[in-house]
Ligand binder design. Sequence first.
Ligand SMILES: N[C@@H](CCC(=O)N[C@@H](CS)C(=O)NCC(=O)O)C(=O)O
Length: 339
Amino acid sequence: MKLLQAAAAAAVFVFAAQGAQAGATFDAVKAKGFVQCGVNTGLGGFAAPDSKGEWKGLDVDVCRAVAAAMFGDATKVKYTPLTAQQRFTALQSGEIDVLVRNTTQTLTRDASLGLIGAGVNYYDGQGFMVKKSLGVKSAKELNGATVCVQPGTTTELNLADYFRAQKMEFKPVVIEKLDEVVAAYAAGRCDVYTTDASGLAATRATQLQNPDDHIILPEIISKEPLGPMVRQGDDQWLVLVRWALLGMVEAEELGVTSKNVDEMLKSDNPNVKRLLGVTPGMGKNLGVDEKWAYSIVKQVGNYGEIFEANVGVKTPLKLARGQNALWTNGGLMYAWPVR
Ligand SMILES: N[C@@H](CCC(=O)N[C@@H](CS)C(=O)NCC(=O)O)C(=O)O
């Protein structure tokens, strides 16, 4: 009997502990008035400070969208630059509220770190970059190469898998800091630099002296769905981050842009009316103002706009929409119904 009582008491305790967790991050963010966002240390197009010291990029815009949804003000964000190895500890410890740092959603990360993925803001895959002067045209010619790679990444594991599968040898040069790994590659300490293809494009365009001296090889050896992560245990916060992202995709699907969003408030389309809060309900569901998506689109943009502004063909990265096109255009970006 005593044992049963003890078990019941323990069960109540566990329940109460979980209850106390629910909404903890959401409430804390609301109370302090800004989102602490973990980002890259400086990856052009994704997250890097501009000449005025303002953080810019596709990941940064996700942070800003969350702030716009929460506070109606995309500027209510503080940034914490993190290396690949620091990022998960920073989120686990509560140093940051959300991690938006070209982070691949994997089963292990989603299930075993006490963290959870909230969506995908860039579908990517791992590639290789070499100096043109090497004369290499395919990754299959890389047998015996020295390869620069950053630790604590999916990149390291994919690299080993790929070379093993191709029955090729390689020598890894593992360097934690981005600047240092790129410097090592530029100085010829390794023949190859490997990371997400978007990271290669960013590095080539923004960190190497003569971008044209380097080529990105055609092989893409992995799937890297990059997206925001939060801590497990606060579903309200998870849901807000998820829908800040999906709201930008939905806006693009509906043709709502930062330029026409005020016009669109007069739209007859029931989907547009719900998204922009003209028909109320969605904001209430999320626990924020009905103008959550209006604020995102007005201040940050729809998904297509943030893609083109940060990494698109008219930026130094020159990335095509590819897999990041809307599903209606043959891509993978697909908003769940806002209803
Ligand atoms: N998507 C991969 C790789 C992410 C990653 O850390 N990539 C490197 C190369 S682009 C990077 O962002 N480095 C920047 C830094 O360390 O500050 C992952 O989640 O493990």
